[in-house]
Design a protein around this ligand. Sequence first.
Ligand SMILES: *[C@@H]1O[C@H](CO)[C@@H](O)[C@H](O)[C@H]1NC(C)=O
Ligand SMILES: *[C@@H]1O[C@H](CO)[C@@H](O)[C@H](O)[C@H]1NC(C)=O
Ligand SMILES: *[C@@H]1O[C@H](CO)[C@@H](O)[C@H](O)[C@H]1NC(C)=O
Length: 337
Amino acid sequence: MAPQFMMMVMMLWFGIAVMLLPSETGVVSVGAANAGISVEKHLVAALKDPKVTQFVLTSDVVLTASLPPSKKDFALVGRCRDQRQRPRLCVVDGQGKFLGFKSEGYYVGMSDVHFKNMRDTRNGTYFGDGTGAVAFAFNGKISATRCVFENNKALSAGALAVRDSPLLVTDCQFRNNRALFQAGAIRVYSNGVGTVRRSVFSGNTAGTSGGAARAYEGRLNLIDCIFRGNTARNGNGGAVIFGGDSSGVLSKSEFVGNTARNGSGGAVEVEGETAYDYINFCSCTFRGNSAKIRGSFNVNIAAYTRVNFCKNKPQGLRVVKPGKAALNCTVCAQPVE
Ligand SMILES: *[C@@H]1O[C@H](CO)[C@@H](O)[C@H](O)[C@H]1NC(C)=O
Ligand SMILES: *[C@@H]1O[C@H](CO)[C@@H](O)[C@H](O)[C@H]1NC(C)=O
Ligand SMILES: *[C@@H]1O[C@H](CO)[C@@H](O)[C@H](O)[C@H]1NC(C)=O
């Protein structure tokens, strides 16, 4: 065959392969190789394309607008490398202005991404407004693996929020996130179920309660986590607050230097409103936490709640009747679901 013809065949093949790749696999990969065209544009296009379910990021993104609301299941996968070709997290920077994923009914996944300076302080009437600056899901699901959430800000839930949805967080770090009201980093409510493993929460603050996290009418399990230097400025639960019939297992987690500056429960506050909150502490440790309300520098248990400790009750435990604190290792002997 003539060389020109060969060339054309190859170009055609290449063109078809490139065209087929995204639609067949639902995966789009964009990064440094495409530096001429904005990575942000590709990400937004992928989010809007109904066929694309995954976007592989290979370079950092500085957002110039908020991400469009999710209309399908979607995962953002970071695959960035440093100058020596070692894997590193890809940075998504919201510049203190822009918000991330908002999903009603869909899955939002993220891995190996460092989200910073995202913001959702909208004061709108939709219940997803102002909550979860990086991601919010209602009747959907959020999963985050090996991510860092830093300096994000919202009215509630500086980083992630779920309502009637599962939230799975594994090997992540939450640093200096801020909520003007509740839940500095994470909020789980209205039958939301959060399970957070091997993650570190440091320096997060809530204007009111739950310096790092708040569960309300939901479930929040915290396994092998570290809570360090989180603050509830004007409420309860320096690190975590459980309220409104919430349940959870806090296992092998460490609470250090958390503060309820003008409230109770320096590390953890457990409140109940209608019946029992089934909260189980399994081999957790407490150090250097503080609270305004006397005697509650580690844990405060308020009305209508029963809390189990295994194997010891911590110091700085305050129980408001008819709340109860029991020694009971039944739940701790079972795997966390
Ligand atoms: C948000 O809404 C509340 C009450 O609806 C109002 O008092 C407040 O001024 C609003 N804040 C902003 C920043 O719009
Ligand atoms: C501290 O909390 C009390 C009520 O619990 C409230 O009256 C007071 O204004 C709060 N202090 C500050 C500095 O907000
Ligand atoms: C310990 O907790 C389990 C599970 O919540 C419960 O069934 C059991 O009755 C408790 N044991 C005691 C002695 O209260």
